[in-house]
Ligand binder design. Structure first.
Ligand code: SF4
Length: 149
């Protein structure tokens, strides 16, 4: 039986792609890998940003780094590349890192770098949702695990 594809944030798989050079490995990764074929993305790296990098937050129509650099175009490019992978691999479901300015699903930081969150989605998540991809956060993994049990 062919496994369904799952677009997944690379940092959730243990790849050190975070702004600080670390990862967000989730404990259920092996369980998920038995059920899905992973398509890894890190939109910020795919958009040309280095590791490590300054953290960024969405502020209005822009994405700004903590030092004030406008990285909006990097984030848009990363989202476009993620969408290309979705189309190439015919992905319908994604598991992305909550609260990231790229990958956030239900929450993002408020743009003031004060640790406060507001409801909203990251740039890549917005593009994927607009294109019909069902996007889950790591807080909703149980839904992905139950679907195939
Ligand atoms: Fe993880 Fe997404 Fe940030 Fe890349 S852009 S480090 S995949 S949350």
């Amino acid at each position: 039986m062919m496994k369904p594809k799952l677009l997944i944030s690379a940092c959730l798989c243990g790849k050190n792609t975070k702004y600080n050079g670390k990862n967000n490995l989730i404990p259920q990764i092996e369980q998920l890998e038995r059920l899905y074929d992973f398509v890894l993305i890190c939109p910020e790296v795919m958009g040309g940003l280095p590791i490590p990098r300054d953290p960024s937050e969405i502020k209005g129509d822009l994405v700004l780094s903590k030092t004030g650099t406008d990285v909006t175009q990097n984030f848009i490019l990363g989202a476009q590349k993620a969408l290309e992978l979705v189309k190439k691999h015919q992905v319908q479901v994604a598991l992305l890192k909550e609260s990231s300015p790229s990958c956030g699903v239900h929450m993002i930081y408020n743009g003031n770098f004060n640790g406060e969150k507001i409801s909203g989605s990251g740039i890549t998540t917005q593009v994927l949702k607009e294109n019909g991809v069902k996007v889950y956060s790591e807080d909703e993994i149980h839904l992905l695990l139950n679907q195939n049990s």
